[in-house]
Design a binder for this molecule. Structure first.
Ligand SMILES: [Mg+2]
Length: 361
């Protein structure tokens, strides 16, 4: 396929989540930032992707426009894995990871969307003979901070049919409230986002075992210290998950032998190409994939396709917030803890033009 154009559409969509809105992002979090990429081929096919943009939308947009797009326009592209590696090499002087890889992720997703559309099949079918048609999904609650809110939201999502709940709570009282609200039959985990010191982690991990946590996510900083994470997992017998902030399979190679759950984020890790490599790595080390996917643009759709194709992926993350609008109104949202995998050609994402106009920045 020959690339005619690469356009970036920056968007912000307000959302409601019933929380005080602090704790997860550097500033109060009220809007979903999106760096949406639209790639068109000479044949008139359009592919969609996005790069991670929460709190860094302008940086990701600039990286796509100034660094990546000029390397694609007018190119004949067939081998997407080779192209991904070429982009990594040509851009490595901007810093191997972070925003550079977020930008590469965006175009990689759009190019895989195009490749599957060229073949007339869903991405899952392009990648696997018999992909799954639906996936288990868990409710990924935001950080409420207040135990009463944690308890009531945990109970609410279980009432809605979720059998797994992820908290973003870091205090024991709040995590206990989550267990209380969700009930003993529900799987619960907590995402610490690296907020515990190692000393505190050692105090609280026995409590995580007592509360029967499904996994503890990014308990300490840095989240790629394989030795520390592996020791916590072995010592306290609770699976550790990490990897949403790791870029490329190179960074996962460190933690893959040490922890149970690897968490590639398709909009951060290097797109579909690097996500697949992380799945291969997990298979070699006997780890599982619990993808990071707290977004609602093409990355959401690409994650569904990848999980459908690769059986090593365990549960889909559904960020439990209510956006003002979904870019593609046909988005398959979980129902009773199960999410359908779209079977349209490509990743399945087709944005509504008037929604793009309304939320474009
Ligand atoms: Mg996380």
């Amino acid at each position: 396929m020959k690339i005619k154009s690469v356009d970036v559409i920056p968007l912000q969509i307000p959302f409601e989540d019933g929380s005080p809105g602090v704790g997860l992002m550097p500033t109060k979090w009220t809007k979903l930032d999106i760096a949406l990429v639209r790639i068109e081929t000479e044949d008139g096919l359009v592919g969609w992707g996005d790069g991670f943009a929460y709190s860094c939308r302008r940086a990701t947009v600039a990286a796509i426009e100034d660094m990546v797009a000029p390397l694609l326009i007018g190119r004949e592209i067939n081998d997407l894995a080779a192209l991904n590696l070429e982009l990594q090499q040509r851009l490595h002087l901007h810093g191997r990871y972070g925003i550079t890889i977020f930008a590469i992720s965006a175009v990689d997703i759009a190019l895989w969307d195009l490749k599957a559309k060229t073949e007339g099949v869903s991405l899952a079918k392009l990648l696997a003979d018999k992909p799954k048609t639906s996936l288990p999904a868990y409710a990924s609650l935001v950080r409420y901070g207040e135990p009463d809110l944690v308890r009531s939201f945990s109970a609410k999502v279980v009432d809605e049919g979720y059998s797994t709940v992820k908290l973003h709570e870091i205090a024991l009282e709040a995590i206990e409230a989550g267990r209380d609200g969700a009930g003993a039959a529900t799987k619960i985990s907590t995402d610490v986002n690296c907020n515990w010191s190692l000393e505190f982690a050692r105090k609280i991990m026995p409590e995580m075992k007592r509360l029967d946590l499904y996994w503890v996510e990014e308990p300490v900083f840095p989240p790629d210290d394989a030795e520390v994470l592996g020791a916590l997992q072995t010592e306290y017998g609770v699976p550790i998950a990490s990897g949403e902030n790791a870029c490329t399979s190179v960074e996962f190679a460190r933690t893959a032998p040490a922890i149970h759950y690897l968490q590639p984020s398709v909009t951060k890790v290097g797109g579909v190409t690097e996500f697949l490599k992380v799945c291969d790595l997990a298979e070699r080390h006997g780890a599982k994939i619990m993808p990071h996917a707290p977004y609602f643009g093409p990355g959401y759709w690409a994650t569904l396709q990848l999980m459908a194709a690769r059986g090593i992926c365990e549960q889909f993350e559904h960020l439990y917030v209510t956006p003002d609008a979904y870019l593609d109104p046909s988005i398959p949202l979980p129902e009773k803890g199960v999410v359908a995998v779209p079977d349209r050609p490509g990743i399945g994402f087709e944005p509504n033009p008037s929604t793009l106009d309304r939320y474009r920045i």
